[in-house]
Design a protein around this ligand. Structure first.
Ligand code: SAH
Length: 228
């Protein structure tokens, strides 16, 4: 199926990307390009102003993250999303960032999204099929798995880049284990007060962790806890 975007949505998405560039959140041409190509309007819930810079509810006590958070995470991971690399997106939700990762690593790379709500897995596949990343899903370099993301997705490890889209109480050891030496994980950590942590696995296997900024994400938890 040919991918079609209306002139209006292309313009609004472009204006959003320019806004994020103006405020210095998008710093690189590559991130601007991928956020131009992956139209937020194809992932945001209907009835909401898709191109506003804010999170929006997607049901099941989950949200699509705000564009400035998507941009921040893409910037932090850019060096680890080069063509041919492997990425894991835990709590892939709408599939927005998963689709961006697939564009960045290309057909020779591999991207796995892990989401534990079956309806969101279905929704993200629908969204990606409408987007410029549809071919990667079809050809298999991009896939979405229904599983507990706290365990990662060991079958395709190790990863150059791991993104976690929900806040963990502590950094799960299984995710650190699935990071390649030289790889980077971006993960919100905390309960009410959360920090976006940047976890670098050094070439000798040791791990360096720093806090990038304060954030507010939905919790990385069990399906039962999330739905209750
Ligand atoms: N980056 C996504 C964020 C979605 S919100 C987006 O912008 O669309 C966080 C997501 O994490 C939710 O979809 C939620 O269902 C999921 N999640 C929470 N705990 C999880 C777990 N243990 N395993 C897998 N997914 C989880």
């Amino acid at each position: 199926m040919e991918h079609f975007r209306s002139r209006g949505s292309v313009d609004k998405n472009k204006a959003l990307v320019e806004h994020l560039q103006y405020y210095g959140i998008i710093k690189s041409g590559k991130v601007a390009e991928v956020m131009d190509v992956i139209d937020r309007g194809e992932f945001a819930p209907s009835g909401y102003p898709a191109y506003d810079d804010s999170p929006m509810p997607i049901g099941y006590n989950a949200t699509i993250s705000a564009p400035h958070m998507h941009a921040t995470c893409l910037q932090l991971l850019e060096e680890h999303l080069q063509p041919g690399m492997r990425a894991l997106d835990v709590g892939s939700g709408t599939g927005y960032l998963t689709a961006c990762f697939a564009i960045m690593v290309g057909a020779q790379g591999l991207v796995v999204g892990v989401e534990h709500i079956p309806q969101l897995v279905a929704l993200s596949i629908e969204n990606i099929n409408k987007s410029s990343a549809a071919a990667f899903l079809k050809e298999g370099s991009l896939s979405i798995k229904l599983a507990d993301g706290q365990l990662g997705w060991p079958e395709s490890a190790p990863y150059d880049a791991i993104h976690v889209g929900a806040a963990a109480r502590e950094i799960p050891q299984s995710l650190i284990d699935q990071l390649k030496p030289g790889g980077r994980m971006v993960i919100p950590v905390g309960d009410f007060f959360q920090d976006l942590k940047v976890v670098d696995k050094n070439l000798d296997g040791s791990v360096s962790i720093r806090s990038e900024m304060s954030v507010r994400y939905v919790p990385l938890t069990s399906r039962e806890a999330q739905l209750s």
